[in-house]
Every structure is written in C-alpha cells, then in structure tokens.
Design a protein around this ligand. Structure first.
Ligand code: ZN
Length: 238
C-alpha cells in the first residue's frame, strides 16, 4: 500500500490537478520543481502561490502537504537550444517535433525526482505527462514512463512507482478531473473552488504572460500552451 508521494509540480494546470489527486489519495505529499531558466520563469512564482492557496482553501489537503523542493537545473538551458529556453519563435522542426521540445527534460526531471524521493522516503512519483494532447513529446509517452520506472527502480535498488493520472485524458477531461477532486475534498463547493484556483493562480503560457486575463486564466492566448488550455476549457464548459 502506497502512502507517500512526490509530485513533479511546475505550477501549471496539469501538475496542479496531479497534486490535488495525490493529496486526495496519499497521507504525505511533497512537491518538486526545476529551474532550468525557462522563458516562462513566472511559473516558479505561480507554483508557490498555488501551494499557499491550496493550504488556505483546502485545509485537509494542506495537512498532508509537506516539503517543497526547487532544484537548480541551469545546465539544461545550457545544453538545449529550444524555444522554451531561448528567445525564438515557436515552430515545428523537421523532426516533426515542436521546437518547445527540450530533449531529455522529463528524463532528467524524473531522475532527480527519484533521488529526492529516495532521500525523503517517498514511494510514488506523480507527473502530469500526457500522450493525448502533446503527442509530439516522446518523453511524455507511456512507454518512456514505464521504462523510466524500471530504470530508476533498478538503478536505485528501491521500488518506485511513476503515476501519470493524465496520460490518457485530454485537457477538457483534466478540468473535469480537477472539479471532481475538489468536490470530494471535504470543502463546500470544492469543485468550483479548485477550478477557480487553477484559473486564477496556475501558469501555463510559454511566454510567461500574466497580463492578459481570459475565462481560462492568464496568458498570451496564442502560444501552443495557451491554445491547448483555452480549447480544453471551452470544451469543459460546453
Ligand atoms: Zn501563451
């Protein structure tokens, strides 16, 4: 029986939904994020706000929420040349992958997360990767996650479980899942409260735009991450 988890928590919609699910399932939950000099650096501030809002608005979850870990991964910005770490436009590469793909990013994240989970004695690692929406990202695929789970468990001689609650659902279903988890949180109107918390405080926009407010939250409204979030929200509300 698993009782403890480490959530890869970037401060976006997906990882906030994963965090809510972990808090509804496990007894002790810690969070981890990485500073790789991403252009949308604002997400690192957003995540602290999300954590404090969860503590305030969902006290039963707040009781289970433990340490937050932020690791410096500047080296990832040094070795990769992508539109997430450089000031270049979003486009598709000849490889068929968007130039927002940071090679090895999730592999490094999981490896470092496992090292922290090992030290903190946390059994499950939860990540918001998804094959349904970002089908272009090979490090978000289910096979990659299963291979990482095996490699990390063998390499650290400790059984890790990598949990991916969003793997097979789309963005509309992710909004619906957040609503459902909020409803079961023990807080009155918790579903609406969690959806509103996600709209108001999570950050998804690749450009780090916190100026323009839309029904689905803040962002430029035109980058691939904003488009995906907006479309999902529209279908969720429909
Ligand atoms: Zn955007």
């Amino acid at each position: 029986m698993h009782t403890t988890a480490l959530v890869l928590f970037s401060g976006g919609q997906d990882s906030t939904t994963c965090l809510a699910q972990a808090l509804s399932k496990y007894q002790r939950v810690e969070t981890i994020a990485f500073d790789y000099r991403q252009r949308h650096h604002v997400e690192l501030e957003a995540r602290l706000k999300v954590l404090s809002e969860i503590r305030q608005q969902f006290p039963q979850w707040g009781d289970k929420l433990g340490q937050d870990h932020l690791l410096d991964l500047a080296v990832l910005g040094e070795v990769s040349d992508t539109s997430l770490t450089r000031d270049t436009a979003f486009k598709m590469e000849q490889s068929g992958l968007p130039n927002t793909f940071v090679p090895g990013r999730n592999l490094l994240f999981l490896t470092l997360a496992a090292a922290v989970a090992y030290r903190r004695d946390l059994q499950v690692m939860v990540t918001g990767v998804c094959e349904t929406d970002f089908s272009g990202y090979p490090d978000c695929r289910d096979d990659t996650m299963k291979a990482m789970q095996l490699a990390l468990s063998l390499g650290m001689d400790k059984r890790f479980l990598i949990e991916t609650p969003l793997m097979w659902i789309d963005k509309a279903a992710t909004w619906a899942l957040a609503h459902e988890l909020g409803e079961k949180s023990g807080v009155a109107n918790g579903g609406e409260a969690l959806v509103n918390l996600i709209i108001e405080h999570t950050h998804t926009c690749y450009l780090g735009d916190r100026e323009h407010r839309h029904p689905w939250g803040y962002g430029c409204g035109t980058c691939p991450a904003c488009e995906l979030r907006a479309r999902g929200y529209e279908r969720f509300k429909a």
